[in-house]
Design a protein around this ligand. Structure first.
Ligand SMILES: [Mg+2]
Length: 311
């Protein structure tokens, strides 16, 4: 890979962390650590996670957003990102891709602190992110849901999947849905605030509410019961065929946060979400048992939505 491309990428990056003592120009980055490092890595590939022809800035934004969303779900503060770009011969979008990533990094207070560029048969973007915390108690996992807890979800669901399907059909999605699809916002401030407010478990919704809530149930050894009628629906879901609640429960890539909290923490959690610029909708509870149960408006169980695939 041309030295000039690497140099141009380095020129785009801004150090906003205050912890970096060495980054570009050395064999490795040197970062002053805080007591707990929270690390996650994500890859996206063309034709698997995004279509050919997706603007490079959106590809870069989304790749960093999915990685930062995992940091948000742990309740950590965003730190440094390390980026590997696998570029097919003739690909011209590398610099714009990094600019899209850098735009989101700036909004989140993250710093792209290192990386690698290689030639490869297909465009693949890999982002490793490190978030930071000073104490383990500041963080939340998937395993803390307990019988008696209530289940809440931030924002609104289904908009990203609705936009994806509308774009695929050549239709124009509502602006909010398109933004959720192309430029999802990792909920870092909300994640930290909710963890501090005493939620017992937290997960980001990348694969869809039905699938991700089942992860919390499995890891916590409990049953999560969610009322479909109480799902907050994003703009665009109303344009989809079929039951909008089922659509919103199964659509992926929302990057909202699902939390569980004991009743006495519910008010604090709602206030924390609002202070962080979002809302919490309480839509279920945790009981003794194992797995996820979705309930219709009569309180009857809706069967089999896990791994549901939209046409
Ligand atoms: Mg996740």
């Amino acid at each position: 890979v041309e030295r000039s491309l690497i140099h141009a990428i380095e020129e785009v990056l801004t150090d906003r962390s205050g912890r970096i003592s060495r980054w570009t120009g050395d064999d490795a980055s040197v970062v002053r650590s805080r007591p707990f490092a929270v690390t996650s890595i994500d890859s996206v590939a063309q034709d698997v996670h995004f279509r050919a022809g997706t603007p490079p800035r959106d590809v870069g934004w989304r790749a960093l957003a999915t990685a930062l969303s995992d940091i948000a779900a742990m309740g950590a503060e965003a730190g440094e990102a390390y980026v590997s770009l696998a570029l097919p011969a003739g690909y011209e979008g590398a610099l714009e891709l990094v600019e899209g990533m850098e735009e989101l990094a700036g909004r989140c207070g993250a710093t792209i602190a290192g990386g690698d560029v290689i030639r490869a048969p297909a465009l693949v973007v890999t982002v490793a992110v490190t978030g930071w915390a000073d104490a383990e108690e500041e963080l939340a996992g998937r395993d803390g849901a307990r019988p008696g807890d209530l289940v809440g979800v931030t924002g609104a669901l289904g908009g990203s999947e609705a936009a994806r399907l509308l774009v695929e059909r050549g239709a124009e999605p509502p602006p909010d849905a398109l933004r959720r699809h192309l430029r999802p916002e990792p909920l870092l401030a909300a994640g930290r605030a909710l963890a501090a407010a005493g939620v017992t478990s937290m997960i980001d919704l990348s694969d869809g509410l039905a699938t991700d809530a089942a992860h919390v149930a499995a890891r916590s050894g409990a049953e999560l019961r969610l009322r479909l009628a109480d799902l907050p629906l994003a703009a665009g879901v109303d344009l989809m065929a079929g039951d909008p609640r089922v659509f919103a429960a199964t659509g992926g890539d929302d990057y909202e946060l699902l939390v569980t909290a004991p009743p006495e923490r519910v008010e604090d959690a709602s206030r924390a979400a609002e202070a962080a610029g979002t809302t919490l909708t309480w839509l279920g509870d945790v009981t003794v048992g194992l797995g996820l149960v979705l309930l219709d408006e009569n309180g009857d169980q809706v069967p089999g939505l896990e791994g549901y695939e939209h046409a």
